[in-house]
Design a protein around this ligand. Structure first.
Ligand SMILES: NC(=O)c1ccc[n+]([C@@H]2O[C@H](COP(=O)([O-])OP(=O)(O)OC[C@H]3O[C@@H](n4cnc5c(N)ncnc54)[C@H](OP(=O)(O)O)[C@@H]3O)[C@@H](O)[C@H]2O)c1
Length: 148
């Protein structure tokens, strides 16, 4: 028996790094996990080693991808109980050398992506149901303070 038996967690950026570690930890507690990212191979690799996992190719900067991501996750593993907006990027440069495309790219993935991810799963996570339900944002200290 795990503390997350019969729970379903959707984790963006679940194919690598922190997202993959979160997926493994939640799966160990019994959760079914849906893993999303743009590249299929790392998602498949993580999913193949977990008992109940679904790999979903999605770009979190796109509203339609996020809606499809949530629909695919729901179809595979039932309503989403836990959504973890983890996908992110931290390409940085000194302000004077930062072009606007780079700026938009960081806003798109780190801010808009988190918003669209949670928006797509919100009806599931806020439904009336027993057991733990959570919305979790993974951020960086770079969002709290500036670095040289
Ligand atoms: N590592 C640290 O020290 C640290 C510190 C503070 C905060 N964080 C935060 O923790 C989170 C995970 O970071 P990490 O260290 O595990 O780095 P990572 O391995 O580079 O993970 C980022 C993940 O996000 C996915 N991703 C990026 N853009 C995406 C998009 N547009 N749509 C969907 N998925 C996208 C990537 O997959 P694809 O490329 O396949 O899409 C990748 O799996 C990030 O939000 C990061 O800001 C990390």
């Amino acid at each position: 028996m795990g503390t997350l038996d019969n729970r379903h967690a959707l984790i963006t950026g679940g194919g690598t790094g922190i997202g993959a570690a979160i997926a493994r930890a939640l799966a160990k507690e019994g959760a079914a996990v849906s893993l999303a990212g743009r590249r299929k191979a790392p998602l498949d690799d993580v999913a193949a080693r977990l008992p109940k996992a679904t790999a979903i190719v999605a770009d979190v900067t796109k509203d339609s991808d996020c809606a499809a991501m949530a629909a695919t996750a729901r179809a595979a593993n039932g309503p989403i109980d836990i959504v973890i907006a983890n996908a992110g990027a931290a390409a940085s440069a000194p302000v004077a050398k930062l072009d606007v495309a780079h700026w938009h790219n960081m806003i798109d993935v780190n801010l808009t992506g988190a918003f669209l991810t949670v928006k797509a799963a919100l009806a599931d996570v806020t439904r009336k149901s027993e057991g733990p339900r959570r919305i979790i944002f993974i951020a960086s200290t770079a969002g709290l303070k500036g670095y040289p």
